[in-house]
Write a protein that binds this ligand. Structure first.
Ligand SMILES: C[S@@+](CC[C@H](N)C(=O)[O-])C[C@H]1O[C@@H](n2cnc3c(N)ncnc32)[C@H](O)[C@@H]1O
Length: 232
């Protein structure tokens, strides 16, 4: 079967496209963006629990950065709880879809931009919260990406994350299935760690762990929800 064609993306600016060409990390996600946008959320009850939890941590005075925002569905749900919400992703096609959604549902507090979570975030110390959902296992270097998060946060600001812990899966997946799929372009690069290793990496960057939770409602949940605070 032929791979689905990605529809022309009116909102992928020339600058976004130039960033994508320069950043090979975007290629996998650009290819799958339309399919990803069309897929239903696998565990809707777990997703809604996470959203309620995050809404409880945000306030209408907050400036928030979301990294790895995908097609912006979560940003569209959370931005009304904030003063300013900047949602970024390495994939211009993901951001183009997010901008289409924003045009259909305008929200002055929300903006989308192409940015790599492995690179320094714009706005040093500007954010009350940085959100990273289903992202931290996808960055090139976990410690480096977390250091960028810390840099973006104001003192007392929160990292709010939900992350797939690939080391908690059946070992055949990280050691056999994922490398095979990656070799044929059907899986992205992933980092393998468990929840304890992720917590250790967060603490190494100077953040204090506030909460470690699991919100899944369907069988074994490998996705850990962690809230951590930059010391004031
Ligand atoms: C599994 S999707 C999650 C999207 C969204 N956060 C969600 O929970 O539905 C991972 C997203 O991270 C993005 N991504 C991967 N590596 C990235 C990086 N280094 N910097 C920023 N975004 C990245 C991908 O383009 C993709 O949109």
């Amino acid at each position: 079967m032929l791979a689905p064609t990605i529809a022309p993306l009116a909102y992928a600016s020339p600058l976004d496209q130039a960033v994508a060409v320069a950043n090979p990390k975007a290629r996998f996600w650009d290819k799958v963006a339309r399919k990803y946008a069309a897929e239903p959320i696998a565990d809707m009850a777990g997703y809604e629990t996470t959203l309620r939890r995050v809404q409880g941590l945000l306030s209408t005075g907050h400036e928030v950065l979301e990294i790895g925002c995908g097609t912006g569905s979560t940003a569209l749900r959370l931005a009304p709880c904030t003063r300013r919400f900047v949602a970024t992703d390495v994939s211009p096609n993901m951001i183009a879809i997010a901008r289409e959604k924003l045009e259909a549902q305008p929200m002055p507090a929300l903006s989308f931009a192409v940015a790599d979570a492995d690179a320094p975030a714009c706005g040093d110390g500007a954010y009350d919260a940085v959100l990273a959902f289903n992202l931290l296992h996808l960055v090139s270097d976990l410690d480096h990406a977390l250091a960028q998060v810390v840099q973006a946060l104001r003192p007392g600001g929160l990292l709010i994350s939900k992350t797939a812990c690939i080391s908690e899966m059946n070992p055949l997946i990280p050691w056999l299935a994922l490398p095979l799929m990656r070799a044929i372009g059907k899986a992205p690069h992933v980092l393998c760690f468990d929840a304890r290793q992720l917590q250790s990496a967060i603490v190494r960057q100077g953040l204090d762990i506030v909460s470690v939770e699991r919100h899944g409602t369907k069988g074994k949940d490998i996705r850990v929800f962690i809230v951590a605070r930059k010391p004031a």
